[in-house]
Design a protein around this ligand. Structure first.
Ligand code: ATP
Length: 224
């Protein structure tokens, strides 16, 4: 099932999130094995991915038989059944999967996953909730990405009062302690913006900073 050269992905759990990851990878032309205990779910994705099989991922023999350890990346997208998610991760770790990405239902679940060796723990609902909240409090915020407990990146449309000014005049670093990393202008992205660059109406700023500082900046430029 697994070929040399091309990366092989397996996604376990075809809920909304798992299905979305599996089909996105497949649409990118990558080989995807979709696994779900529920046969209806596997049938549903059968023609969207390379292979779809019904198997219980808490059954070590079943995973072994699928040659799961030959897959470069395994995504565990079992949400509600936390026990199944943890057991699956443990088995994958034991079988020697090189990269295990697991969706966590909550912080505690995430901590356990990290302890047992998940390489990456993701919180899709929490992260999307954060993005929506930032967009709602400051509609200029187009995207919000958490980098760590302390730092984030925001993508922010320039507000009316920023238009025509340059980065020296805005003085975002001194006023908010944040750094403008890039300016997006249409399809172009200037990744080392000059301080003298005058901002135009449709520009989008990509800013990195401490979360509290970013929030102050977002609110300072919030406009309906
Ligand atoms: P989403 O919010 O992304 O829709 P969810 O967090 O609600 O998903 P669940 O619905 O709990 O996630 O699980 C996703 C899928 O995982 C379901 O289709 C379920 O059949 C499958 N699943 C649950 N346990 C196992 C298991 N042990 N082995 C394989 N698949 C499983």
């Amino acid at each position: 099932m697994a070929h040399a050269n091309k990366k092989q992905f397996a996604v376990i759990g075809m809920g909304r999130f798992g299905l979305s990851v599996a089909t996105a990878l497949s649409n990118m032309g990558l080989d995807v094995l979709a696994i779900d205990a529920d046969e209806h779910r596997t049938q549903m994705v059968a023609n969207l991915v390379t292979h779809a099989v019904s198997a219980d991922s808490t059954d070590e023999e079943a995973l072994r038989a699928l040659g799961i350890r030959n897959f470069d990346v395994v995504v565990v997208a079992i949400g509600e059944d936390i026990q199944a998610s943890i057991l699956t991760t443990l088995i994958l770790k034991d079988l020697g999967s090189p990269l295990i990405v697991v969706k966590a239902q909550n912080e505690l679940h995430g901590k356990v996953l990290q302890k047992i060796g998940a390489d990456k723990v993701i919180y899709p609902e929490r992260d999307m909730g954060l993005r929506v909240a930032h967009h709602l409090t400051s509609p200029n915020v187009l995207d919000y990405i958490e980098l760590s407990d302390e730092y984030s990146i925001v993508e922010m449309r320039v507000s009316a009062e920023m238009v025509g000014k340059n980065l020296i005049e805005l003085d975002i670093r001194a006023r908010f302690g944040c750094n403008v990393m890039a300016i997006k202008r249409g399809a172009r992205m200037n990744i080392s913006p000059s301080a003298a660059e005058r901002l135009t109406t449709d520009d989008v700023l990509v800013i990195v900073g401490e979360k509290n500082d970013l929030t102050k900046l977002e609110l300072a430029y919030a406009e309906a």
